[in-house]
Write a protein that binds this ligand. Sequence first.
Ligand SMILES: Nc1nc2c(ncn2[C@@H]2O[C@H](COP(=O)(O)OP(=O)(O)OP(=O)(O)O)[C@@H](O)[C@H]2O)c(=O)[nH]1
Length: 334
Amino acid sequence: MSAIPEADPRIPVTVLTGFLGAGKTTLLNHVLTANHGQKIAVIVNEYGEVGIDNQLVVGADEEIFEMNNGCICCTVRGDLVRILNDLMDAKLGKSSGRTADFDRVLIETTGLADPAPVAQTFFLDEEIANSFKLDAIVTVVDAKHAEQHLDDGHEAQEQVAFADVLLVNKTDLVTEEELQKLEHRLHMMNPAAKLYRTHQSNIDIDRILGIGAFDLDKKLELDPDFLEEEDHDHDDEVMSVFFREERPLDLEKVERFLQAWLVEHGMDTFRYKGVLNIKGVKQRVVFQGIHMLFSSYPDRAWKQDEPRRSEFVVIGRNLDENWFAEQFAGCVAG
Ligand SMILES: Nc1nc2c(ncn2[C@@H]2O[C@H](COP(=O)(O)OP(=O)(O)OP(=O)(O)O)[C@@H](O)[C@H]2O)c(=O)[nH]1
């Protein structure tokens, strides 16, 4: 028996986001009614309490999303932290009010175009980070209106950039050709996201919950030709840079160069994540960040038959590919 934990014991959290009217609520209803046997605590901002077997639905106060005079990010975070702490107390039996039994958490971000403040909570608050981990960001895309949304604004582009999983929903409203064109565009913007087509947001929930954004097979194993490919159809500014290295890395060096980048480009750097092979560490080190905030932690031990290498992706605007390549190369441990 190995002393190294096979899995991270923290509760995985899925953040659900998506274009306006794309099908988030439809997906949530599906999660709440499907017979999947999983215990999921759902945090939403516009529903009351719904009692369904094996599931706990927590209706967050609507005040969370009121702008008031304060910063919406702080308001959201404060309330989310409170709800998550309450949930944990209820799970551990520390709450006098109620008990809660759940294995994962789903947060629906309706009313917030930007999922970053929600997702960042899991890096920012130490108590939360000790109990919960960001499992994945799932973005629902309206196949019918996606092109328009993406052309019109930064928000939709950013939601694509943040995603670990993209659900291309409303497939019934477009042709196969249109679907392929859209999928290509999404893939160019965020090649690291897993992409599924859905109708009525119908998806096997194992594909969106508890997936560990980094355990998706071949997720980062991109076809090198694809990365060379130029897309002349669109001017989406969202782009990505990849890094892969077989030699063990020095984690401090990785953190240092990212810090240097983020000081100036944090707002344009939406998502960066990867699995790192760090010198002297027997486990895979999972690293992920959103804008200025990042965290890393040793996850499971490397398997014997698994290539022990680092894979890392950065998704954002105006990324300097050459600079990143140089910096990554400079992170090899001495
Ligand atoms: N044709 C079609 N309609 C769909 C599909 N999925 C959802 N809808 C409909 O699209 C509308 C919006 O779906 P919602 O699930 O409410 O979308 P939402 O993302 O929660 O919307 P907001 O919270 O308002 O942003 C509803 O009328 C759904 O019934 C689909 O696959 N095809």
